[in-house]
Structures are given as structure tokens and as C-alpha cells.
Write a protein that binds this ligand. Structure first.
Ligand SMILES: Cc1cc2nc3c(=O)[nH]c(=O)nc-3n(C[C@H](O)[C@H](O)[C@H](O)COP(=O)(O)O)c2cc1C
Length: 325
């Protein structure tokens, strides 16, 4: 049977499984440069959802082709979505939203910025919208705008993370919000999934453990680093986007440091210049991250979170999902 699901598998039911009609309350999280159609196809076969950042496609035609391929590959019990950066840094936002709504998918995860327009347009097409948040203030806002669920990004997540622990963030949001809370960050095993559900989460969004998947679009060096390094090797760096980002503390990261340069720190305080400094830093950081993910280079800036602790080998998506269910 070409699926992780065996006939007698117990199928879990939570608000997330109900929302997306999936077998297990797990989303394979969107990861810039890493996520791709192959990973999401495998995720769907396993009875979970998968999500890809729209920005992983250089052109709108490529994005359209990915949507078509996933629609054709969709299987019962699986679900797919796309991640949209909804603030001004994403100059393709409007056209990405248009194509996603035109082609259709099950859900959109919004990050950064105001998701109002995305929620309105997606809902016209029956597409659910989940919004990344790191605190209650923002959660309240996206709930009032009509979000279908909240992705609660905690302080154990890979990439850009929140400041609150999984327990603190989930319990606060569950007690104050009326829509499902999906926990993102720090999940590498079934015990972690169960823990987040026990705090009241409707499901989990899991990124870092899927970097070392056979299907991921990154170099074997990056994948192997997720096997070789562990939770204690994750550090926060300001040198990718200006905003702290979780990366593996490789010798290169140690050499260049994790703080903004003195010049950036000074310019960041300048009222008029700080916006441009951020943009330049973002551009340089993104190019460096892309190079490290896709090519063999000594400049090893590898984005990942502490949940790589449980990554012991480069495995197919199917085997990684099996560890979580
Ligand atoms: C390599 C990497 C790239 C990421 N890229 C994105 C992204 O493009 N958009 C987004 O909303 N979240 C992004 N994230 C965050 C994930 O969607 C998710 O919230 C996070 O991975 C959860 O924490 P975990 O890594 O401990 O599972 C990224 C995370 C990683 C590790």
C-alpha cells in the first residue's frame, strides 16, 4: 500500500483534522527553499497536510504548475496549501494570491503583515486561511479578520520564531481565542505531538524534521548537518534578515558572528535609513541562505530549529511522518 496508513491505523480527530479533512493533526510546515511538491505529495499520502511557500517559485507559471500538480495528486485524507508573505517585502504577493485563488487549494498560511485581503479573497473560493502569530495581540487581530485557525509560532521553532514557550503560547491562545490553535515549533516525535495536543492545540505544524528528507530540495550537506547537529547547536542570528532567525551553529556561523555589524546597528537607529538597511540586509541574507541550501559552499548558513535533535538519518517523508504518528 503506497501510504503510511495501514488499514487498522487509528485515525485521530481534532479541530484541525476536521478543518482539512486529514487523518492526523499534522501540517508539514512551509519552508523557504526546502519545501516542494514531492514532499507535499508524500505528506498527503500519509494522511497529513503539506504546505509550500509561494516564494519557492521564481515565476508565477511555476507556481501555477505546482498548484495543478498537487490538485491532480491529492488523495483522500491528505490536504495541501501554500504560504503567502502578505507584507510589502513580497512584491509578488497580489499575483501569487490571484493565482492561488484561481487554481484553488485547501488552505493558505499567511505570514508577516495584515492578512485581511488574503482572508477575504480566499474565502470567496472556499480556501481556508491560517495565520502565523507569535502572541495574543496578533492572534486576536487575525481572529477578528476571520482567520480559520491560528499557527502559534513558539520559541522552539526553526526560522523566525516567537518568544513564548509552546505551553505558555498554546494555553494563552486556547483560553482567549475561539478558533483552533495549531502549534509550530519544537516537534520531532510523537511524544511532542501528544504534548502539544495535551496543552489544547488542535494540531501541529512541523518544519525542521523534514529538511533531512530524501524529497527535500536542498544539498546533502544541509540534510546531513540536520542529522549531525542537535538542539544545543541552534543559535539565533541577526545576519540573515535583520530579525533573529534560528540557524545551525556551524564553524562559519561562529566565524562571522550572529549580531548585526556595528555599521548596521548604527544605521538601524537612523529614522530614514533603517528601512533601506533592513532591505539590503534581507537581500544579502536571502542570497546567502539560498546559496547554502542549494550549492556546496563553505558559507554554511543553514536554517533549522532544535527539533532536528531527533533527526538521525536522511529519510523519506513517509518515514519521518511515521515517527510523528
Ligand atoms: C528552513 C526553514 C524555512 C522556513 N521558511 C518559512 C517560510 O517561508 N514561511 C513561513 O511562514 N515559515 C517558515 N518557516 C517556519 C515553519 O513554517 C514552521 O513554523 C517551523 O519550522 C516550525 O518549527 P520546527 O522547525 O521546530 O518544526 C521556516 C522554517 C524553517 C526551518
Amino acid at each position: 500500500m503506497d501510504s503510511c496508513l495501514r488499514r487498522n491505523d487509528k485515525i485521530m480527530s481534532t479541530k484541525l483534522t476536521d478543518l482539512l479533512n486529514i487523518k492526523y493533526p499534522i501540517i508539514q510546515a512551509p519552508m523557504f527553499l526546502v519545501s516542494n511538491v514531492e514532499m507535499v505529495k508524500e505528506a498527503m499520502k500519509c494522511g497529513i497536510a503539506g504546505c509550500i511557500p509561494a516564494l519557492n517559485y521564481r515565476t508565477l507559471e511555476e507556481l501555477k504548475a505546482a498548484l495543478k500538480e498537487l490538485k491532480a495528486a491529492k488523495v483522500e485524507g491528505g490536504s495541501f496549501g501554500f504560504n503567502l508573505i502578505v507584507n510589502k517585502s513580497n512584491i509578488k504577493y497580489k499575483s501569487q494570491l490571484e493565482i492561488i485563488c484561481e487554481e484553488g487549494c485547501d488552505f493558505i498560511i499567511t505570514s508577516l503583515g495584515n492578512p485581511k485581503e488574503t482572508i477575504e479573497e480566499a474565502h470567496k473560493r472556499g480556501i481556508k486561511v491560517f495565520c502565523d502569530v507569535v502572541d495574543y495581540t496578533y492572534a486576536q487581530k487575525v481572529e477578528s479578520l476571520g482567520a480559520d485557525a491560528i499557527i502559534a509560532v513558539n520559541n522552539e521553532a526553526g526560522g523566525h520564531r516567537g518568544a513564548l514557550s509552546p505551553k505558555d503560547l498554546i494555553t494563552e491562545l486556547v483560553s482567549k481565542c475561539n478558533i483552533p490553535i495549531i502549534s509550530a515549533g519544537g516537534v520531532g516525535t510523537k511524544a511532542d505531538v501528544d504534548k502539544m495536543l495535551s496543552y489544547g492545540a488542535a494540531g501541529v505544524s512541523v518544519g525542521s524534521p523534514f529538511i533531512a528528507s530524501v524529497e527535500a530540495n536542498v544539498t546533502d550537506e544541509y540534510k546531513q548537518a540536520c542529522v549531525d547537529y542537535g538542539a544545543n547547536d541552534i543559535v539565533m542570528t541577526e545576519r540573515i534578515s535583520g530579525t533573529p532567525c534560528a540557524v545551525i551553529n556551524t564553524p562559519y556561523v561562529q566565524k562571522v558572528g550572529t549580531k548585526a555589524t556595528w555599521l548596521e546597528s548604527i544605521l538601524n537607529k537612523h529614522k530614514k535609513l533603517k528601512k533601506w538597511v533592513k532591505m539590503v540586509r534581507f537581500g544579502i541574507g536571502m542570497r546567502a541562505t539560498e546559496k547554502a541550501a542549494k550549492e556546496v559552499t563553505y558559507k554554511t548558513v543553514w536554517v533549522a530549529g532544535p527539533s532536528i535533535e531527533h533527526t538521525r538519518a536522511i529519510l523519506p517523508v513517509k518515514a519521518i511522518v511515521e515517527k510523528l504518528i
